[in-house]
Design a protein around this ligand. Sequence first.
Ligand SMILES: [Zn+2]
Length: 90
Amino acid sequence: MDERGFYRESQETKSANLNCSYCRSVEKYDLKWLVRRKVASLPRHADERDRAKFAKAASYMVLLDDKVSCKLCRRTFEISGIKTTAFLTD
Ligand SMILES: [Zn+2]
């Protein structure tokens, strides 16, 4: 069974403070995340191995954006200084 079946995928926007690598200004940016929330239960066709993997699976999100355009100098800089993968506790 595909591991993607363990999760319900959605996209969320969350803001983060980022430091422009050109002009050094710190501004708030809306970043796109791919959110994978663990589903409540596995489909009936799941086998023992799927169940073991599913027990260890946790909800998490992955940052989709890798660059943003600076709000001040308008130059595009790479996102750094924030974690690009985060586990979700809810
Ligand atoms: Zn800038």
